[in-house]
Design a protein around this ligand. Structure first.
Ligand code: HEM
Length: 453
């Protein structure tokens, strides 16, 4: 017992832990965003929570910035734990969970391939617009739009963008049944995750993660079937395969791991944010009308909104920022591992959720109010607020898909509001209370769509 508390004393102070169980019982691990919020408030922005493994929790923007930007190299690791390796196809493989030289090499290569395919630029804008057109066609053909489950069309649209980039093909709406088997929210139910970190043998039990792996493997096989490395690659998987010829750090295991990482990271987060956008618009009709007025006056109704339009659409940009701030989908960041100041190897959680939900710069942060981002001149956006809107985290290890996600979010939200009035179903109140399932998700609730022109 004395030894245990000597070990506890090496970490920044936090709620009093008990041997073996740490802070289980005190922290609500199911609803981490409110659980961590409640117990960390007495500790000046930094505290340790024993899960039972120690987790150093940073909750204020300035502290997160000091760690991840000013001392970025010291916080660049990821905890090496079986739980986080569930989707790794090779030891220390892929981008999300790998460390050291392999992480650097896989991230650099992946971003360089994505840049070749126009990540964040016009090529991907065209691809996203085309996936949005498919979704609008699907909604257009619907006979009854009084009770629409938007989860499904948004999921197929987002999967199709990532799928086309990674594997070179899209799913047809009519044939997309297997996609629904992606029940990641169940895997990452928070309690299971923390148990998995502390009791790694649990991860060896038959797990739903296997289905996800198989889905990715099938897609890679389809992309590489008949591809010769002499040919110009037409998707990420082929480009990676070609680079394997000249770069020893790239191998079959990492090909699977990197594809799996980008596919999974690129899908759930963006899709969940867009689902939030739909329910927030349905709840706030005046904001939606103002957004539509801006889109119709700048873009009209004969073509889809484009990235170039953004310069003339400050309210649309403000809406995307406010959707991301309020959706706050990552109730926790992806954990880092430190190599200094607190004992090396300690898990670190930079609480981006807390910053976006409670930073004092956001006046009445609980309100959905895009106008907060617009400066007094009515045109420019407030840099001080944008700096603290950090859904993609910050520093050298921040989200590798940020520029793609931003393109998807702005174009999809603008296109939906351009074409449809998004409304609650007749006689139903929109419920904005999130479901804490790994990500913070909106509750399943159907919406009513009315043609906007
Ligand atoms: C709204 C959408 C998204 C959000 C909110 C989001 C958020 C995040 C966050 C918070 C991290 C952890 C960063 C850190 O450790 O500091 C992350 C990592 C990552 N994201 Fe995203 N992401 C989104 C979309 C995407 C997309 C579209 C892709 C790829 C196509 C992607 C690929 C990745 C990858 C590969 C990592 C791991 C980076 C590394 O460890 O070096 N994400 N994301």
């Amino acid at each position: 017992c004395i030894q245990y508390y000597r070990y506890v004393a090496r970490y920044p102070k936090g709620p009093f832990p008990l041997p073996f169980i740490g802070n289980h019982g005190v922290v609500d691990f199911e609803r981490q965003h409110t659980g961590f919020e409640r117990i960390s408030k007495d500790f000046n922005g930094i505290c340790t929570i024993f899960t039972p493994s120690p987790l150093v929790h940073l909750r204020d923007y300035e502290l997160i910035k000091e760690a991840f930007i000013e001392n970025g190299d010291d916080y660049i690791g990821r905890p090496q734990n079986k739980m986080f390796e569930m989707f790794a196809f090779a030891p220390n493989g892929g981008v999300i969970n790998s460390i050291g030289d392999n992480w650097r090499e896989q991230r650099r290569t992946a971003l360089s391939i994505l840049r070749d395919f126009g990540m964040g630029k016009n090529v991907q804008e065209t691809l996203v617009q085309s996936a949005i057109t498919d979704m609008l066609d699907y909604l257009d053909e619907m006979k009854d739009r009084t009770n629409v489950d938007m989860h499904w069309p948004i999921q197929v649209m987002i999967v199709n963008v990532v799928n086309e980039i990674m594997f070179g093909f899209r799913h047809k709406y009519a044939e997309s049944g297997p996609l629904l088997k992606f029940l990641l929210d169940r895997i990452f139910s928070s309690k299971l995750m923390f148990l998995g970190i502390s009791l790694p043998f649990l991860v060896d039990l038959p797990f739903i993660g296997w289905h996800v792996q198989q889905f990715v493997i099938d897609n890679i096989h389809r992309a590489l079937d008949g591809y010769s490395t002499d040919d110009e690659p037409s998707c990420f998987a082929q480009a990676y395969k070609q680079r394997m010829l000249t770069n020893k750090a790239l191998d079959e295991g990492n090909l699977y791991a990197v594809c799996s990482d980008f596919f999974l990271a690129g899908m759930e987060t963006t899709m969940t944010t867009l689902r939030w956008a739909m329910v927030l618009m349905a709840k706030h009709q005046q904001i939606q009308d103002r957004l539509r007025a801006e889109i119709h006056s700048v873009v009209g109704t004969n073509r889809l909104p484009s990235l170039n339009d953004q310069n003339n659409m400050p309210f649309s940009r403000a809406c995307v920022l406010e959707v991301q701030r309020c959706a706050n989908v990552l109730s926790n960041n992806v954990y880092r591992e430190t190599r200094q100041s607190i004992p090396a190897g300690t898990m670190v959680n930079a609480d981006i959720h807390h910053v976006m939900a409670h930073d004092p710069l956001f006046v009445h942060p609980e309100k959905f109010n895009p106008q907060r981002y617009i400066a007094e001149d009515g045109n420019t956006l407030r840099k001080d607020l944008i700096e603290r809107t950090i859904p993609f985290s910050i520093g050298k290890r921040s989200c590798a898909g940020e520029s793609l996600a931003k393109v998807e979010l702005v174009l999809c939200l603008a296109a939906m509001v351009q074409h449809y009035r998004i409304l609650p179903c007749e006689g139903v109140e929109i419920d904005l209370e999130p479901l804490a399932r790994g990500l913070l998700r909106p509750r399943d609730q159907n919406l009513r769509l009315e043609k906007a022109f």
